[in-house]
Every structure is written in structure tokens, then in C-alpha cells.
Design a protein around this ligand. Structure first.
Ligand code: GLU
Length: 302
């Protein structure tokens, strides 16, 4: 398996030249565009990795999976899905244009508008407390208490996130968000949580085991582990989710830093990283690694 992963990384490394770093968050353009890595953790306790696995990167949109779990734990499904839908969208992740149409309810929690609404629902009396709760869930799912925020990326997005600010104010106008500034602070900070491929693989494993950690403790409720994997299939890879479902068939969520969290029910968690992105915002090399692995190990859930 280790040799196969290494071969896969070597085979797909040249493809990263076809992609581009995200630069609308200036700090992300500092990443190494040639990086590519993969980590696999199986339900049988096997651990494999290849390529640039130890390299740290920020969660970005992958954090939307975590905040959705937390908001559902805090408020329950009825309150959350009153404000955010369950349908995929063919629009880009940061599209604002559907928000202009009443009732201003974002289509799903994996696009930025939906994720802003979800973050606004996370409980806590201060932004620090709410960020702390998100971070704590990430650490418990990844089984890594050392995970922290990357402050340079946080400040970079905070200084330039004009589109997300606009979206949040649109959402306030429609009564979908109350405290806009606190929500934006929380959102920018959750996106800047720094992890690596091993952390992602462990988080994917937790979802694959229906919310259980290595010790068999229930970190998140079983039904929520199932629900977020469904969103990952239908909306996790931006507006390329349909194609990814057909070609890889694995629940996955990508972020503009180039990371992808993937989870194969009852089999394994997978983390990949390759910051060169395609035009839809997915890691060029990362998508190829997942497709290749799925083909070789027959991982499609369909
Ligand atoms: N922080 C990024 C943004 O809101 C996350 C986007 C992403 O990873 O898709 O633009």
C-alpha cells in the first residue's frame, strides 16, 4: 500500500503544473504549488502516507463540515435547516447572486453563504469561546490536541474577505444572520485552523466509523456522521461534486488551501493536500490521487 501511494504521488505530481494557487487570500499564494501528499488511515488500524504529508495548511472550506456538525449538535436539525437548505448548487462556492432572491436562504451549508449561516448558529458567549469549541471538535476528531490556528492566514483573509462580508450583510437583511461581525470573525478563524494530511485522514476515519474515535468513544453522534457525509457527496467538491461522485464515488470536502478530507464508510479516512487548484477550486493533484486510489481499491460507495 505504501509503495502504491508513493507511485500514485509520483505519477500525479507533474499534473500540479496545470493548477494555480488561490491568491484572493494573499497568504495562500505563499504556499508551495508543487506540494502533493496523501495519508490513509483504515478502520483496521493501518496508517500509510506518501509525499508532502507533514506539511501544514489551513482547513478553509473543510471547516464547514465541522461547523455543520457543531451547529446541529447545538441547535438540532430543525433550527439549522430552517435557515440553510439541503440542495446542491451549480454555482461557485462564493457566489452571491442567488442571495438576492427572497427568501435569501442559502442552498446548502457547503457554500460560503450557507456556512456563514451555520457558523452564526454555533453557541458561545464570545467569539473566542465559539472558535474554541470548533477547534476542540477538530482536535477530538483528528485526535491531535496540538492543532492551532494559523494567524497569518486568518489576518490575511480578515483583511481581504470583502465578498464574504457582503454575503453576511445580505444574509442579515433577510434575517438569516443576527450578529454579522461576530459571525465573520468566527468564520475567518475556523477557515485558518492549520492541519496536515494525517489530521485529515484521522478526521475522515472518525466519520467512516460513524463518529467514533480510536478508543471507541462517540465523538459525534452517529446520525450526524452520516448526514455530513451525504452533504460531502452532494456538495463537498464545489460545483464539481457530480463529476467527482461519478469518477471517485467517495464523500469528500475540499478547501481552497488545497486540502481534501475524504471518508469511505466503514473502510478508511483519507487526507490529501496539493495547493495548486483547478478552475472550480479543487486541488488538481488531490482529485487525481483520490480518483486513482478509488479505482485501485474499489472505494466508490455507489
Ligand atoms: N476562507 C475561504 C473563503 O471563504 C474558504 C473557501 C474555500 O475553501 O472554499 O473564501
Amino acid at each position: 500500500m505504501k509503495a502504491f501511494l508513493e507511485e500514485l504521488v509520483n505519477q500525479h505530481r507533474p499534473s500540479v503544473g496545470e493548477g494555480k494557487l488561490a491568491d484572493y487570500i494573499p497568504q495562500l499564494s505563499e504556499q508551495d504549488p508543487t506540494a502533493l501528499g496523501i495519508s490513509v488511515r483504515t478502520c483496521d488500524g493501518e496508517v500509510y502516507s506518501a509525499g508532502d504529508c507533514p506539511e501544514r495548511f489551513t482547513m478553509q472550506s473543510i471547516s464547514k463540515v465541522i461547523t455543520l456538525i457543531l451547529a446541529l449538535m447545538d441547535r438540532g436539525g430543525e433550527a439549522v435547516f430552517e435557515r440553510v437548505g439541503m440542495e446542491p448548487t451549480g454555482d461557485p462556492f462564493n457566489s452571491i447572486y442567488k442571495l438576492e432572491q427572497a427568501p435569501g436562504k442559502p442552498l446548502n451549508p457547503m457554500i460560503n453563504a450557507g456556512a456563514l449561516v451555520v457558523s452564526s448558529l454555533i453557541k458561545g458567549s464570545t467569539v473566542e469561546e465559539r472558535v474554541g469549541r470548533v477547534l476542540s471538535l477538530v482536535r477530538r476528531m483528528a485526535e491531535n490536541p496540538k492543532i492551532e490556528l494559523d494567524h497569518a492566514v486568518y489576518y490575511s483573509e480578515r483583511a481581504t474577505g470583502f465578498r464574504n462580508r457582503s454575503m453576511a450583510y445580505f444574509l442579515k437583511e433577510f434575517g438569516m444572520i443576527e450578529d454579522v461581525e461576530a459571525t465573520l470573525e468566527l468564520y475567518f478563524q475556523q477557515c485558518s485552523i492549520a492541519i496536515n494530511c494525517d489530521d485529515l485522514a484521522q478526521m475522515g476515519l472518525c466519520l467512516a466509523r460513524l463518529g467514533q474515535n480510536d478508543a471507541g468513544e462517540q465523538v459525534i453522534p452517529r446520525e450526524l456522521a452520516r448526514l455530513v457525509k451525504t452533504f460531502m457527496v452532494t456538495c463537498g467538491m464545489y460545483n464539481a461534486s457530480g463529476e467527482f461522485a461519478i469518477l471517485a464515488g467517495i464523500p469528500a470536502k475540499s478547501g481552497v488551501s488545497g486540502g481534501i478530507l475524504a471518508s469511505v464508510p466503514e473502510r478508511m479516512g483519507i487526507g490529501v493536500f496539493g495547493p495548486a487548484l483547478d478552475e472550480k477550486g479543487n486541488s488538481v493533484g488531490g482529485v487525481r490521487l483520490l480518483k486513482g486510489l478509488s479505482r485501485e481499491l474499489n472505494l466508490s460507495i455507489f
